[in-house]
Write a protein that binds this ligand. Sequence first.
Ligand SMILES: *[C@@H]1O[C@H](CO)[C@@H](O)[C@H](O)[C@H]1NC(C)=O
Ligand SMILES: *[C@@H]1O[C@H](CO)[C@@H](O)[C@H](O)[C@H]1NC(C)=O
Length: 260
Amino acid sequence: MQLTGASMCLVWMGLLCWVSQGVDASEGFPSPLKRCKLEDETCLVAQAQTFFKAFKNGIPERHVGSLEPIELDRIRIESGGHSDSLQFKLLISDAKLHNLSTTAIVKGLKGFTKDLTKPLKLTLLMENPEVEVHAKYDVDGKLLILPIVSKGDLTIRLKDVQVKTRITAEPVKRSDGHTYLNVTDCKALSKIKRGQFDLSNLFSDNKELRDSTLKVLNQEWDTLALDVQPRVNDACCKAFKSILQGLWANIPYDEFFEAE
Ligand SMILES: *[C@@H]1O[C@H](CO)[C@@H](O)[C@H](O)[C@H]1NC(C)=O
Ligand SMILES: *[C@@H]1O[C@H](CO)[C@@H](O)[C@H](O)[C@H]1NC(C)=O
């Protein structure tokens, strides 16, 4: 069969139609998220809250990763001399952050503007009564004069966590004439009331030595947190950035908001 100019054209139109239907299906907000007015922070906060609750398992068709748990990259921490009695090199791998989406209370979401000539600076405030990091660890260090060289399972329990996340999103105009947000940066600051470490396999599970070491470690939580917290924040932010990027990838910014 030979394709004439006209039938070729029909084939193209069919294809275009099919493609744009495919795109339509993935555009817009995934239900149950709703559009808000740009200035309506209460509504924006409610949507962020809904997002955490409704998309625990991510949105696979939009390449939005799981929120429960959130998979974190490897975290490498070298103690920065905040304490003479505690020095270590710690590698955390296979890390997963649990309970964030289920316990998150969103307190604020600001920074959306109509001005698309410069990057948007968004701020998300959130409180979490309880989150946990579950991971594998490999540590080489010393506590007082006691060498600690071990690997095993690590749990970090964090209570009453306040997080301020700053997200930078760059407006990018695509060939369809619409502007989309490209999440280019994420920084998180956190305040944690109480943190607790648990390490399996410490001292080949010599229980007494293990328990007393963990006790001292946890008494030193504030010092430990100076080294650990920023790295955990960075890892969470990286995961969060990719989650947001997936969510916003195919929603034109002009469809984010209800008309004023
Ligand atoms: C946190 O997550 C763990 C692992 O999924 C679960 O066993 C635990 O019950 C959760 N805790 C809270 C407070 O939701
Ligand atoms: C989106 O941002 C990343 C940096 O985070 C950059 O590498 C990429 O080129 C940007 N994409 C577009 C379409 O501007």
